[in-house]
Design a protein around this ligand. Sequence first.
Ligand code: HEM
Length: 465
Amino acid sequence: MSTYEKLSKATPFQTAFDVDPATGFMPPEPPLRRLPQAWEAWEVLLDEAIHKRLAPGDKVGLTMAEATQSERWRASLRAIPLISTTELLVDDEPALARRAHVVLTFLLSFYIHTLPPRSSILIPKPLSIPLLQVSNHLGMPPVVTYSDTVLYNWELQESVRNGDATPGCSSCPATTCATLNPATARASFLSENIRAQTTFTGLTDEEAFYETSAKIELRGVEALDIMRSTMDELFVSDSIAVTRVTKLLQRFAVVVADLKKILLDIRPLCDPERYYNDVRPFFRGEDSSHEERRWVFEGLEEYPDLVESGVTKELSGASAAQSSLIYALDAFLGVKDVRSSSFMARMQKYVPKNHRLFLDHLADSSRPLRSFVMDRADGQDGQELKDAYNASVNALKEFRDGHMIIAALYIVGPARRARNRLQDPEETKKLKERSLKGTGGTDMVKFLKGVRDQTKHTMISPVVV
Ligand code: HEM
């Protein structure tokens, strides 16, 4: 029996797939803040890179002092010994391997993206081998992913860590909350008290960027809960299922509308120019660089198991397109072709292993919601059911409209301004090509529009919203 079969047969809907009832795709407890002493050399190098504010090697106006400082840092990374990962990669302590992936992929981004723009990319052995071993163990690519910047990169604010804050949502304490179930109340509490743990730049704009995604994940906990209840209803499918599913979908639409609001609320917290020029360059993967430079992992050939594993095949940059939550919403509502598009299918490889299994489980449902709604649409209360379904799909379409506004604000605008500052036509052309690519390597505008339209076409006509 495959792991997938074991997980999906033997255990309840969520916990088996590392999907927590209270925190969804985020782990229930704050991730490890620092690796134990044996791997301190990596943590120290990361502290230094952040503290020294190492700048991307292709930053416009990079000073000689900045370039020299980065080169010194890279030399000190090359000089550390190759540290064994054996004791990190233990199945009963996944937090160790996850923190190692965060630290090593941040070091990788610093190493590669502070290099001069035209130099070749040789990732030194003290970094390449542990990174490949940890990634192979986790079933993740050896590159910074959404799980490194968001899912396994948070802590509680100091006041909460010191026990000064009351656990509760903004309107009432969790323990006595009348409107939220305990799991949703905990998600709401975390959302208000979460902060990002590790950043490239130390800028609050970068923290806000990760925290926005984390808040979306936490608000999505209620959506996951509704999905579970709906799937139970579809399974039983008795005479009152239509009424219950209608109510669940009405709630679902409200949650998805909140996701859009959280996304748009990023605007006062994260400055588009700072995001584009200071933070985003560190997210680039092998395929989002304007110069086509291969990433070479030094020493790989000495480890036949790593060569065979194919762990170096996926090297795209970090993108919130790696959020399992949004795929889960698509799968539940039956938005077609999103996961099967080649980019989205590839992005699944950048999602933690068990979350991937969860998404497969959802997509393979033998009782799809959309068919249920279509089959019942002409029956008693069918119109209300269809309206609730369409309102949910419409809310997701509006989330994607909002997301396109954000992508324009944070990428298209700053990219145009960066181009306007350049004099050299050849450089301008290159920058134009680069800027229209997402960090995941897509032709951004066309891709985002396509997914948005696909969502819109999922509504069941005639539409009454
Ligand atoms: C400043 C904030 C953001 C920017 C600039 C941005 C930009 C982008 C870009 C350029 C893409 C195209 C794929 C790629 O090549 O990377 C993308 C895709 C995507 N992003 Fe974002 N994004 C932002 C925030 C978020 C957040 C907070 C979420 C949700 C957690 C999110 C969810 C997605 C999803 C699910 C996709 C895949 C396309 C889709 O399903 O609509 N994004 N984003």
